[in-house]
Design a protein around this ligand. Structure first.
Ligand code: 5GP
Length: 188
């Protein structure tokens, strides 16, 4: 997606340890026009499938997921990183966080992810694939069908795609970062 790649090169910042900061337009301050284009592109890639629900994980996946759900006229559900006291029929899994270097539990209610659902998962980043592997586990536990996973930005050099594809899941990324070494952003 050319618009996104241009924006990453223009406004993205590279940090030690292979971290790309895009908080001026994606995951802190957000550009709704760009976010709409992201939704249009995910809709184009997944719209021809039998998807009937968009799933994401809080917090940064919510903006691209809601745009995609809006454009495809589908409900959007997000997995939570803290289990609310009021949640019912909870499904849970454990994920190792790349940016925070710790483990956390992710939960979703089986009321909103069911065997009737054909799900597309959307998130901001694919790095090592830990969050995605946790989501695959949640979807399996719910009995839903996972059609594919869409990422706004994939850091190819951290090999998350391989782990997801090994599980037989389709991966779509809108911008693929080949390398961040020496704090230079190299986009495919
Ligand atoms: P993974 O589980 O694939 O290793 O990492 C996915 C999650 O970590 C994403 O949802 C995102 O929140 C966070 N993340 C991974 N790499 C980066 C990065 O380079 N920059 C930012 N801002 N977040 C990242």
């Amino acid at each position: 997606m050319e618009l996104l790649k241009k924006r990453i090169l223009q406004d993205g910042k590279c940090f030690e340890g292979g971290i790309l900061k895009v908080d001026s337009f994606i995951n802190h301050q957000m550009d709704p026009i760009l976010m709409k284009s992201i939704g249009v592109e995910f809709s184009r890639r997944f719209g021809g499938t039998n998807v009937n629900k968009i799933m994401t994980i809080e917090a940064s996946g919510i903006a691209p997921a809601i745009m995609t759900g809006y454009l495809l006229d589908l409900p959007v559900v997000f997995a939570k990183k803290k289990s609310p006291k009021t949640i019912q029929n909870v499904l849970s899994t454990t994920v190792h966080s790349f940016t925070k270097d710790r483990k956390y539990d992710v939960v979703i209610s089986a009321d909103f992810l069911t065997p009737d659902d054909n799900v597309v998962f959307i998130d901001d980043f694919l790095a090592f694939g830990n969050a995605a592997i946790g989501v695959i586990d949640l979807v399996k536990k719910s009995g839903a069908n996972l059609i594919g996973m869409g990422f706004v930005i994939e850091k190819e050099f951290q090999n998350g795609r391989k782990r997801i594809e090994e599980q037989g899941v389709r991966v779509e990324s809108l911008a693929i970062i080949e390398d961040l070494s020496n704090c230079k952003i190299k986009i495919k």
